[in-house]
Design a protein around this ligand. Sequence first.
Ligand SMILES: [Zn+2]
Length: 346
Amino acid sequence: MNDSEALPWLAPTWQQLSHRWEQLPHGLLITGPPAVGKSALALDLARLLLCHQPEQKGGCRQCAACQLFDSSIHPDFHVLAPETLSAPDSSSLYKHAQRYWTSKKSSAARKPSQVIGVDAIRTLAETLTSTATQNGRKLSVIANAEDLNHNAGNALLKLLEEPTPDTHLVLVSAQPYLLPATIRSRCIRLDCTAPTTQQTLDWLCTRHNIDLDFHNGMTKSGLGPLELERVITEGRMQALTGLVSPSGAGGNALASPQEFVSTCAELGLKRALTVVQNLALMELRWHAQKGALQSAPATRFRFANRDMAMKTFYDIGRILRHPAGTVDEQLFLEDIFADLQGQQIL
Ligand SMILES: [Zn+2]
């Protein structure tokens, strides 16, 4: 069984991929919204390509290659990802990626790198020039490919332009527009099907007990199904609903910047910013269509006007791309709150 089979909305994309796996191009770019399982798909593809007795439905999970793969020690499979890749993201991917992190100069005090640097690509290039040890194919998955820094991007371009035989580079990215056009143009692009809200809800309900508040919050959060599942397993559902529920309903408006900051911290900063950014996007959509609609979206925040929603949307977009530590996160959140204050639904 493939890992991605647990994510039913990926079935059409897997079918598309597995149908032609024997003619897989040298460069493949898997795109799609965040947290829908793109990496699981890339791993399933890698297992299939490296398997000794492959079937169209996937790797056999029995042969020596599959066993090496599932133990994260297959010598012809390489994963590059920024060190900030969150561990539970997909632990198999994380374990594979660690091989390329430990070779770096490390110090206990060093912060995990948020980019994929040129050293990792150079090491990969050296490794790929050597002969494959198993069934002849070599494969590399580059997760969060948008985090390649400039030099790493150039080095990868060279790898894409001068392919070594039987080698496949699979780039995975939720933000492919951040990749250089030269890289994109050398890859065949495959878009992952995103689940509908109902599919996400059905999937979560079969795996967890979720209440109506979370259901309502979930639909406005803009988070992908895997991220929502992490919110549930980490016990942060209340923080999520606190951020997105209309304050009028529970009478518990986020009364102060401190409460806003602590709710964001409870949910996780990056996640909270993604949610607030989605609320701003909902508001922008409402402004664009308000002739046709009766009322504004029922979210905790009501932006003063379209420009304010736009500003918040872009400010958050910028900080989500900004290396952490260079911005005072608390000040940034208080700033956002100041933009919102007085405009909450009461
Ligand atoms: Zn196998």
